[in-house]
Ligand binder design. Structure first.
Ligand code: ZN
Length: 310
C-alpha cells in the first residue's frame, strides 16, 4: 500500500500520522527533543517513520513546522531552536526517492481543515488559531498562500494598537497576538481585575476561566472578552477586506469558548469590516491537533498527483 506520513512538528510535541489516501490509519505523538538547537528532532522523526512504515511503500512525507519556510526548504524557528535549517535537504538525504513538502504549521492546519474540517467545501478562506499565540493561514482557490519568504498569513502580527502598550516577541508592539490569544486575555484580565469586584480575584486567571466567568455575567471578565474581541475583529476585518474570503475558520484552544466567542466576534467584525464583505461566514475548526497531519498529507499527495515532487 502507498503511504504518506503527515507530520506536525511543534515546540512541545511532534505528531506523526500514517495515511492511506486521505485516511489517517495510525497516529502517534512524542515530546519534542529541543536539545542541541533542535538537532535531535530529525532522529526522532526518522526513527518513527522507519518503525511505522512496515511493509508499506513510502511515497511522501509532509512536514509542518512552527516558523516561515523559505523556498520550500529553509526553516528558522525560535520554538525549535532552528536557525536557517535546510529541512528539505536533511529529509531528502534520508529518503531520496520520496516526495517531500515542508510548510508552515498554521498553513498545514488550514489545509487540513479544508480537507476534512471547518473549511470543508470552501476554497477561499482565512484560518486562524487562537492558542498561546495566534497562527494564521490563507487559502485562495484551494491553494495555501505561502508568500515570497514563506511568511504569508502571519495574521497574529497585525498591529491593532498605537500606544506601544505590549511588546510582542517578534519585536514589534501591539500585535493582535498580544491581546487576542490565551496569554493576551490573561494579561488583560489581570490588568482589569485590580481593585474591582470580580470572581477573577478568587480563582486562577486562565483564558478558559475568563471566558467561563464572562458567560455567567462577571462584568470584569466580560470587559476582558470584549477587549479580546475588539482587537481580533479589527485584524480579521483588515484581512477580510484584503482577500474577501468565503469563510473565516477559528481554531486553537481558545476557540473552545465556542458560539459565545464566535457570535460576539462576528457581530463586532461586521461593524468594522468594509460593507461589501459584511456577512462573511464564521465557523469553528473541527480537527484540533490533527489538522496539521491532514494538511501535510493532503499537500504531498497533491504534489505527487501533479508530478511536482521536490
Ligand atoms: Zn508580533
Amino acid at each position: 500500500m502507498d503511504i504518506v506520513f503527515g507530520i506536525d512538528i511543534g515546540g512541545t510535541d511532534i505528531k506523526i500520522g500514517k495515511f492511506y489516501g486521505n485516511e489517517l490509519v495510525y497516529k502517534t505523538s512524542i515530546k519534542t527533543d529541543k536539545e542541541d538547537n533542535g538537532s535531535k528532532i530529525f532522529t526522532q522523526v526518522f526513527s518513527i517513520i522507519d518503525e511505522l512504515k512496515g511493509e508499506d511503500n513510502l511515497i511522501g512525507i509532509g512536514i509542518g513546522v512552527p516558523g516561515p519556510v523559505l523556498n520550500n526548504a529553509i526553516v528558522s524557528s525560535k520554538n525549535l531552536g532552528w536557525d536557517k535549517v535546510d529541512v528539505l535537504q536533511i529529509v531528502k538525504e534520508k529518503y531520496p526517492n520520496v516526495a517531500i513538502k515542508i510548510l508552515n504549521d498554521a498553513n498545514a492546519a488550514a489545509l487540513g481543515e479544508m480537507v476534512k474540517g471547518g473549511a470543508k467545501g470552501y476554497n477561499n478562506f482565512i484560518f486562524i488559531t487562537l492558542g498561546t499565540g495566534i497562527g494564521g493561514g490563507i487559502v485562495i482557490n484551494g491553494e495555501v498562500v505561502e508568500g515570497n519568504t514563506g511568511s504569508a498569513g502571519e495574521i497574529g502580527h497585525i498591529r491593532v494598537g498605537f500606544n506601544n502598550e505590549r511588546l510582542c516577541k517578534c519585536g514589534l508592539y501591539d500585535c493582535v497576538e498580544q491581546y487576542s490569544s490565551a496569554t493576551g486575555i490573561v494579561k488583560t484580565a489581570n490588568n482589569l481585575r485590580i481593585g474591582r469586584k470580580t470572581k477573577l480575584n478568587e480563582i486562577e486567571v486562565t483564558a478558559k476561566n475568563v471566558f467561563d466567568l464572562a458567560k455567567i455575567g462577571d462584568e470584569v471578565a466580560l470587559e476582558a472578552v470584549n477587549n479580546f474581541i475588539e482587537k481580533l475583529a479589527t485584524a480579521l476585518a483588515a484581512v477580510t477586506n484584503t482577500i474577501n474570503p468565503e469563510v473565516i475558520v477559528v481554531g486553537g484552544g481558545v476557540s473552545k469558548a465556542g458560539d459565545f466567542l464566535i457570535e460576539r466576534l462576528e457581530k463586532r467584525f461586521n461593524e468594522l469590516c468594509f460593507f461589501t464583505v459584511r456577512g462573511t461566514k464564521f465557523a469553528l475548526a473541527k480537527l484540533g491537533n490533527d489538522a496539521g497531519m491532514y494538511g501535510t498529507n493532503y499537500i504531498v499527495r497533491k504534489m505527487i498527483n501533479e508530478n511536482k515532487c521536490l
